[in-house]
Design a protein around this ligand. Structure first.
Ligand SMILES: [Zn+2]
Length: 259
């Protein structure tokens, strides 16, 4: 049984600080392994609203240290480890989340096993393999991931400036979650815009692409309409995520069992 629940689909300062969309990242259940990716502000609240159990988490993965991706990391490690009383699970994060102006508090660190992400690294959590194919181009150390599980491969491209190596690294994944913060680029902000996301989807050609992490420009331009435009242009199935969206990767089985 495999799928994803979106605990937030907002990105960028205006959307996150005003909670125009929630910002809790997403929860993966892949062959029974529970992994939380990018617990931004409000993650703990959304986890409970979705009736997920934080103590069932096997790992938490941070793509990078920006607050819209990492704000709830400490409380989620506590929740994963029964308040720190039971050492369990893993935290997988870039080095600068732990070493330089760290977002992971010192007292929380003994509660779980911590692994620093390196470009090209592969790890296993239960039967799920996670690869970190390349470092993104973003102001802080940032890594996307490819999750391999029994029904396919899921790629996640978090915040980054566009660069061509992305399409090679994620080529042919079955599912692609892609953060699209902007409609127009701004070199100082280093995020993908909608045209660049479309170009990547066209080159990567996933079975299904899911747009998320929308900034204000994207919300104003209707994520639903943008997804439809990219679908028509590329022939790839593209959907826009919304808060609480569940996508079933097995399709045949009901996700109700694990929600
Ligand atoms: Zn960022």
């Amino acid at each position: 049984m495999s799928g994803v629940v979106f605990l937030g689909t907002g990105g960028g300062r205006m959307v996150v600080l005003n909670q125009l969309r929630r910002s809790g990242g997403f929860w993966l259940k892949l062959d029974g392994v529970n992994i939380l990716q990018d617990p931004g502000p409000g993650c703990l609240v959304m986890v409970h609203q979705q009736e997920l159990k934080p103590s069932s988490l096997d790992a938490i993965v941070l793509s990078h240290r920006h607050i819209d991706h990492s704000n709830d990391i400490n409380v989620m490690v506590e929740a994963m480890t029964h308040g720190g009383f039971q050492k369990r699970g893993r935290l997988v994060a870039p080095s600068d989340c732990i070493n330089l102006d760290p977002v992971v508090l010192q007292y929380v660190r003994p509660f779980t096993e911590i692994t620093e992400i390196k470009e090209g690294m592969k790890i296993e959590i239960g039967s799920v393999k996670i690869g970190f194919p390349l470092r993104n181009m973003h102001p802080v150390e940032t890594y996307g991931a490819i999750y391999e599980f029994s029904s396919g491969r899921l790629g996640y491209i978090p915040d980054t400036e566009y660069f061509p190596a992305l399409s090679e690294a994620y080529k042919g994944v079955d599912y692609l979650i892609i953060n699209v913060v902007r409609m127009k680029s701004d070199k100082n902000i280093r995020h993908l815009n909608m045209n660049e996301a479309a170009e990547l989807i066209d080159a990567i050609r996933p079975g299904k692409a899911i747009l998320t992490h929308f900034g204000l420009q994207v919300l104003k331009a209707s994520p639903r309409l943008q997804a439809r435009i990219i679908s028509e242009k590329t022939g790839v199935e593209v959907i826009d995520a919304h808060d609480g969206l569940v996508v079933d990767f097995d399709e045949k089985e009901s996700l109700e069992k694990w929600l």
